[in-house]
Design a protein around this ligand. Structure first.
Ligand code: MN
Length: 710
């Protein structure tokens, strides 16, 4: 494409007055880049038209102009000109990156992503979350500024749209974009968005209000002048040079005050507001004193936003006075720097970043930036500042969509499981996987802003204890813990019942033969709610099966107790555990130790630790392996090998080939020539372990293998 090929387009660019504006603060080379962007954009949008019939490129140019008024840097301006190119034309992000820069491409991409977020389909009540999500999504605050400028121009040209579409866009503007402008302190943009929004949403009310304001202005004028003169002359007397500006509330704020506070138009409008702009902070406080002596202040209305600025950086003193004839007067007092920030907010920052270093506005902006950074106790560069603004606004949340477009707020780091529990505990309890943006992902997947998450559940699926290692929400944690506790209770009841039955059989009775009255009596003196509680208590080791059995069976004397060992099947669940000191596996001779609250801990007969428990014979329980024991059991082996490459890999391959899982490997260097490799692995029996050891012995460079026991 050549410039000559597009004479009409070139005309448009010149007519847009953009270049004049840019030349006032950008380098000539940067302006040339912007012009190149214009040619690129014009070609991409070639043939497209706005609703008004104008060539489409007039819109991005107007957006760029709004931003140039804020002294946006040249990359931001380029991105503004190209802001609809990815969305509305076949041009890809990569193409923009090649043509301009990665930064520009990222900016355009960011704006497109926001444009794609379809607010219309989401509930209105979600507006606040939607705003937060939008802000949290962008990495660069310029993306939001471009989007706001885009919206501003669309609002200015909304007249050509169909009424229903106009209302929808107006709604979105008032719900989403105007508040974002407020958050960023971009007051001028905000006021215009609000008034345009009101005009489109309620054209009738807007007209009535506007006429009322025009009519009321006449009556006001006299009082307004009178107060202004009084303030001016008082400041003069005190030798304070301040600019006094009479303010009129904009229509939207009059409207919302009337609606929210149920006030009449008079009550809202008959408020006189002035702004006094001075040079130094010191003067601000002196002016305040002077004002309070001129008219009496209304108690409780004074606010010092200089000492404690608002989150968006706004600084000013606010006070309300009793004026002549009893009319209330609102006064804002601030320095000219603060005034600039109050008007442009975050955008005031660009004054600092671009253009001539020595211009007075630049120095002021720099001063402001320094002050703000100090206030936030943050030293650093301008990028860090922008990051801070964002982090301050929305520190620790991510916002994601449900498949029906509802927005869920989750803490940063939240996983699919957290999301599932946030939707409903039943969904959390039965989730097995999820689709994030239509891609299948595992449950531990961390979620990011703007993703759409669909949880896949399976009936019969259960929470997994390992989830506790990655969930971050209290709701998920509580539900998983609750489930595990429930599970433990069921296991304990089952085991306790078996233990008690065994003990009773040893006494020549059994659970089915126990007399109901005796059972009730026992439950009563033990303050237990029912048999299940008794079983649970036994299963968890809270009371001993043999003692309970004795209480239940009234025997005439000391019938020799023939206790039967309890059979371990490997399926007892959480109430039977295997000691970590000796790692018993099926085939080992074992003993059980009843430990309060944990049920039975199984040790090997040869375990060194059991000597310590000898003194507590009543805690011991005879156990033996069931013939059809199930499950995987942990064992440890130590392999001494010559220090040669590849031994570890060979051993690992053999172990897994033998149907065992390696849970841990740790290597001790012995003397430089030999190493000891400790494997923690799973086996299903002594036999299984023996086979593994035999195979491993055949490996070259393996010198010695032994099962580890403490
Ligand atoms: Mn646009």
């Amino acid at each position: 494409m050549s410039v000559e090929a597009l004479p009409a387009q070139d005309e448009i660019f010149r007519v847009s007055h953009l270049s004049e504006l840019l030349e006032s603060y950008l380098e000539p080379e940067q302006v040339r880049q912007v012009y190149r962007a214009y040619l690129f954009g014009a070609e991409a949008h070639e043939g497209q038209q706005r609703m008004s019939g104008e060539p489409y490129i007039t819109h991005p140019l107007a957006v760029a102009k709004i931003l140039a008024d804020m002294r946006m840097d040249y990359e931001g301006i380029i991105a503004a000109i190209l802001h609809d190119v990815i969305e509305d034309t076949p041009t890809a992000k990569e193409h923009i990156e090649r043509e301009f820069s990665k930064e520009v491409a990222e900016l355009v991409d960011g704006v497109s992503k926001i444009t794609q977020m379809d607010f219309a389909s989401k509930a209105e009540a979600q507006a606040e979350n939607f705003r937060k999500m939008m802000l949290a999504m962008v990495k660069d605050i310029r993306v939001i500024m471009i989007k706001l400028a885009d919206r501003l121009h669309n609002m200015r040209t909304l007249g050509v749209m169909r009424p229903d579409k106009r209302r929808r866009i107006a709604h979105e503007t008032l719900d989403i974009y105007a508040p974002i402008a407020t958050r960023l302190g971009m007051n001028k943009v905000r006021l215009e968005l609000e008034d345009l929004g009101l005009a489109s949403l309620y054209p009738q009310r807007y007209r009535v209000l506007k006429e009322a304001v025009i009519k009321a202005r006449g009556n006001r004028k006299e009082i307004l002048n009178k107060i202004e003169t009084a303030i001016q002359s008082r400041l003069c007397q005190e030798n304070l040079n301040g600019e006094v500006i009479g303010r009129e509330k904009h229509l939207y704020s009059i409207y919302t005050k009337m609606v929210d506070k149920r006030l009449s138009f008079r009550e809202v409008f008959d408020m006189y507001a002035f702004r006094i702009v001075v040079e130094t902070v010191d003067q601000c406080y002196r002016v305040l004193g002077v004002m309070h002596s001129l008219y009496k202040p209304v108690p409780g209305k004074f606010k010092d936003y200089i000492a404690i600025p608002k989150a968006n950086g706004y600084q000013s003193l606010h006070t309300v006075l009793f004026g002549p004839y009893g009319v209330p007067i609102e006064i804002q007092i601030r320095t000219s720097d603060m005034d600039e920030v109050a008007e442009s907010g975050v955008a005031a920052h660009w004054l600092y970043k671009t253009g001539d270093d020595h211009s007075p506005s630049n120095t002021r902006a720099r001063e402001w930036l320094r002050n703000l950074l100090e206030l936030q106790k943050n030293a650093g560069n301008s990028l860090e500042f922008i990051e801070n603004v964002k982090i301050d606004l929305f520190p620790d949340e991510v916002y994601v969509f449900t498949p029906v477009g509802e927005i869920m707020e989750l803490p940063r780091g939240a996983s699919v499981v957290d999301f599932a529990y946030a939707v409903h505990s039943d969904i959390g309890n039965t989730c097995v996987a999820a689709r994030v943006d239509r891609r299948l992902v595992p449950l531990r997947t961390q979620l990011y802003n703007g993703q759409t998450v669909e949880v896949i559940t399976a009936s019969g699926a259960n929470p997994n204890p390992s989830w506790l290692s990655f969930v971050v929400t209290a709701k998920a944690r509580t539900n998983i813990r609750h489930y595990l506790k429930q599970l433990q209770r069921e296991d304990a009841i089952e085991l306790g019942k078996r233990m008690l039955d065994k003990a009773l059989v040893g006494l020549g009775s059994s659970l089915t033969q126990v007399n109901a009255e005796q059972m009730d009596e026992l439950l009563e003196i033990s303050h237990l709610q029912g048999q299940e509680s008794l079983f649970e208590d036994i299963g968890l080791g809270g009371r001993l099966a043999m003692l309970v059995a004795r209480q239940l069976v009234i025997s005439d004397g000391d019938a020799e107790t023939q206790s039967q060992p309890l059979v371990i099947k490997g399926t007892e669940g959480m109430v039977v555990s295997f000691a970590k000191c000796c790692h018993p596996i099926p085939g080992d001779s074992i003993v059980g130790f009843v430990s309060a609250g944990r049920g039975i801990v199984v040790h090997t007969q040869s375990c060194n630790n059991i000597a310590d428990f000898r003194k507590l014979p009543e805690k011991w329980i005879d156990v033996e392996w069931s013939a059809d024991v199930e499950g995987d059991f942990v064992a440890e082996i130590r392999v001494d090998v010559a220090n040669q490459r590849g031994v570890l890999a060979t051993l690992a391959a053999i172990i897994s080939d033998m149907g065992s899982n390696i849970e841990n490997v740790d290597i001790e260097e012995r003397d430089g020539m030999t190493n000891s490799i400790n494997f923690t692995l799973t086996v299903n029996s002594r036999d299984h372990l023996a086979k593994i050891i035999r195979r491993a012995k055949g490996v070259a460079n393996v010198m010695r293998i032994s099962r580890k026991k403490n």
